[in-house]
Design a protein around this ligand. Structure first.
Ligand SMILES: *Cc1c(COP(=O)(O)O)cnc(C)c1O
Length: 810
């Protein structure tokens, strides 16, 4: 890549703002500079973007398409500059011109096209695919509104629309000439042709135009630029018929246009809950149909191969079941448009599609009412029906031992279409996202399917891109690391293991500790600006940032805080290491209990932070609007990473990996990827507590847990619950009663009370460990050293060699 020097950057920025933007550089705002830099960076990247796509076309290499309803990309300018090798010079230029680069970069809105881990995983995967020189692209939806913006007002969550496109989004290119038509509803007519084959004609469908907007995905200093293709729904009827229509038709027309544009209107703010909205089903079909049409069009461009060879050139990975209509839609295209018979179409489809499962929570397993599928997607309904008939017949004939299980296997059962079953039957690979999760799929949740298709099931433990989550967000630590082990870790994250040699090097550890302190001071400053709360950067920064869910147990965390507060009230001179508890979490707008927990955290923050009798030994901070940019500020400043889900519930977690990589120590249950973190660093370098997944399953199966018994025997627990019940923290007495009732009357379904004692005890160990700083820093460095395994580079290499059969473009 041709390098711009600092001087060239200054020149280019001046040129763009003055000559192109018409604003003198002396008058230019941070916003003006932001747009100028995006334009310069794009010019540098575009040649590589074109060359990369050309190379893929010419070599006819196999390509992966990652279909996902969510891509939580966050901001792109800084990472695009970093990956194109231009960040340092651009920073110097901005500083020389008297600007703070961070302020300029934060003009960019977060592209919040995802809820949490699943969407962020998709974004990390694209970065690693490009950085490892794999031919691969993302396919998603260009929602006009991303995940809502959260405000905390009087301690309550308030949701505001996230209109992230209100100003020009500098990274997207509209490709109007590559638009495709998508059809909903209508009537299906079947004809028997002379050769005996069937032909299907569709009439009276609702037509929607899908227009792609491409966003570049820049590999790390390797000239590769892949694409993230985001589809936008448009009504394609020209405006000329508007002029001639009567006013009633005019309004009808506007209604129609509005209902079409709704399809890419907003992201559903449910993280792992079932949402039965018909609009969501429309969105899923819209993504799948437009992506498949564009993939097939691309495949046919050189026209030399039959679609029988599609699986040699294309692999489609579906991120959870949300895009699993890809199975019947690919069948439909192959049969109705390409004139393949069922058996060939089925062979092509099931050799092309691979499925990633993200959850075993029953409320998150997608099911659609059969009637809804039938009226919205009549032809797909016929195909799903036929897939189900053939599948059930085969089970009946070939697997007599499963005959009484057919009801649990059937894709259509109880008048519902089971999307996970459709995805398993229609794909060649089914993977879980951490070892424990995959084992639960095989042995429990999907054991019948595992009996049928053992060769399809495999594990791909999640990862995060270390270039964003270490190199970019923690540049000072990255420099220290490169100083001692060299910079190879940036391309080969396993090299971080060389840090083990320095895990007892006191001068080095002191420098690392100094960087952590600076990061904490920066976050303390940010907290003060945003909330007015003063926190001590020398206190332990204990962090839980993730979507708010009962299974993630923010409630257990705040119970610990209340317990410490109670102890300090009893004994104000208690000698404890000062602690700052930091929370960030959005709750789905309709999730009542999650919002109660947010209220409780904020209430405890206002009580504790304003109680001078505890001499600032405890602080509680709830930072509003948790998103990628906020995560980037918090993670480098974290001492303790809270990963305390009820064992078996968190499929993998990726927040755990980001914080470990930045030297935080994990307090966690034996759940998801925490187990694999422990296996690497060893019990001495992690704080594990609580029930195991087997114990949790045992209680669910056989009973034997009575939350009330703990309430009666543990006076610390009783005190907290009574405080909630009696209104000790409420401005009204009834305020937190629901939490009390929920725990005691629904028998504490996520085992908060059951794990309470072990959790408190573990935190006592944490405090003791923190008092021995050399030991703490040794533990911290050990965690960083082993974190290379959790780079998404490792994950993507596994997908590429074991599922996708993809070759790097060297
Ligand atoms: C990494 C990330 C998540 C996932 O966090 P978990 O702790 O694994 O649930 C969610 N949201 C954002 C913004 C993230 O960056």
């Amino acid at each position: 890549m041709p390098h711009l020097t600092t001087d060239k950057w200054i020149e280019a920025i001046k040129h763009k703002t003055e000559k192109v933007g018409g604003i003198s550089i002396g008058e230019a705002s941070e916003r003006d500079l932001f747009y100028a830099i995006c334009a310069i960076a794009s010019e540098e990247m575009n040649k590589n973007w074109i060359d990369t796509q050309e190379k893929y076309r010419e070599t006819e290499c196999k390509q992966v398409y990652y279909l996902s309803m969510e891509f939580l990309v966050g901001r792109l300018l800084e990472s695009n500059l970093l990956n194109s090798g231009m960040l340092n010079e651009c920073n110097s230029a901005l500083e020389a011109m008297g600007f703070d680069p961070e302020k300029v970069y934060s003009v960019e809105p977060d592209a919040g096209l995802g809820n949490g881990g699943l969407g962020r995983l998709a974004a990390c995967f694209l970065e690693s695919i490009a950085s490892l020189k794999f031919p691969g692209h993302g396919c998603g939806i260009r929602y006009r509104y991303g995940l809502f913006e959260q405000r905390i007002i009087h301690g309550h969550q308030v949701e505001l629309p996230d209109y992230w496109l209100k100003e020009d989004y500098p990274w997207e290119t509209r490709k109007a000439e590559e638009a495709v038509d998508i059809h909903f509803g209508g009537d299906i007519h079947m004809f028997k042709k002379n050769d005996g084959t069937l032909e299907f004609k569709y009439e009276n469908t609702d037509k929607v135009t899908a227009v792609p907007y491409d966003v570049p995905v820049v590999g790390y200093q390797n000239q590769v630029v892949n694409s993230l293709r985001l589809w936008s729904a448009e009504s394609n009827s020209g405006s000329s018929d508007l002029l001639t229509s009567k006013s009633s038709q005019y309004f009808h027309h506007l209604d129609h246009k509005h209902s079409i544009e709704q399809i890419s209107g907003f992201l559903y703010p449910d993280d792992s809950g079932y949402d039965g909205k018909i609009l969501r089903l429309k969105q899923q079909y819209f993504l799948v149909s437009s992506s498949l049409k564009s993939i097939i069009r691309q495949f046919k461009k050189n026209g030399r191969h039959s679609l029988m060879h599609l699986p040699d050139r294309v692999v489609i990975q579906i991120n959870d079941t949300h895009p699993s209509l890809a199975v019947p839609e690919l069948m439909r295209i192959l049969m109705d448009e390409e004139r393949f018979g069922w058996d060939d179409a089925w062979e092509i489809t099931t050799k092309t599609i691979a499925y990633t499962n993200h959850t075993t929570l029953s409320e998150a397993l997608e099911k659609w009412p059969q009637d809804m599928v039938k009226s919205l997607l009549p032809r797909l309904h016929m195909i799903i029906y036929e897939i189900n008939e053939r599948f059930c017949r085969k089970v009946w004939e070939d697997h007599p031992e499963l005959r009484d299980k057919i009801h649990e296997l059937a894709i259509i059962a109880d008048n519902q279409v089971h999307m996970a079953r459709l995805a398993i039957v229609g794909s060649f690979s089914v993977n879980g996202v951490a070892r424990l999760h995959t084992e639960i799929l095989k042995k429990k949740e999907m054991s019948n399917f595992y009996t049928l298709f053992p060769e399809r099931f495999n594990n791909k433990t999640n990862g995060i891109t270390h270039r964003r989550w270490l190199l970019q967000v923690n540049p000072e630590l990255s420099t220290l690391i490169s100083d001692v082990i060299g910079p190879q870790w940036i391309q080969r994250p396993n090299h971080l293991i060389s840090l083990l040699r320095y895990s007892n090097d006191v001068p080095f550890l002191e420098r690392v500790s100094e960087v952590k302190l600076q990061n904490k001071a920066r976050l303390a400053q940010f907290i003060h600006e945003k909330t007015g709360i003063v926190v001590d950067e020398r206190s332990i920064f204990d962090v839980q940032i993730k979507r708010l869910h009962e299974y993630k147990r923010q409630l257990l965390n705040i119970f610990h805080v209340i317990h410490l507060y109670n102890e300090l009230k009893d004994n104000p001179s208690l000698d404890i290491t000062p602690r700052t508890f930091i929370f960030g979490a959005k709750a789905a707008p309709s999730y009542y209990f999650a919002k109660e927990v947010i209220k409780l955290i904020n209430r405890m923050a206002s009580i504790i932070n304003n109680d001078t009798s505890i001499q600032g030994k405890l602080k509680v901070v709830f930072l509003e609007n948790y998103n990628v940019s906020l995560a980037e500020k918090i993670i480098p400043a974290t001492d303790i990473s809270e990963q305390i889900s009820t064992a078996s519930k968190e499929a993998s977690g990726t927040g755990n990996m980001k914080m470990m990589m930045n030297g935080a120590l994990t307090v966690g249950t034996l759940d998801g990827a925490n187990i694999e973190i422990r296996d690497l660093v060893g019990d001495r370098n992690i704080f594990i507590f609580g029930l195991t997944a087997d114990e949790v399953h045992d209680y669910y199966q056989n009973g034997g847990y009575v939350a009330r018994d703990i309430y009666h025997t543990d006076e610390r627990v009783r005190r907290i619950l009574d405080q909630l019940n009696e209104g000790a923290f409420g401005s009204q007495e009834i305020e937190f009663k629901d939490i009390f009732y929920h725990i005691l009357y629904h028998n504490d379904p996520y085992f908060v009370l059951k794990d309470f004692d072990a959790y408190i005890e573990t935190h006592e160990l944490v405090e003791q460990a923190y008092r021995n700083q050399p030991k703490w820093m040794n533990m911290s460095m050990t965690n960083i050293a082993y974190s290379g395994k959790f780079s998404s580079d490792r994950t993507i290499q596994e997908y590429a060699s074991e599922i996708w059969k993809l070759k790097r473009m060297d």
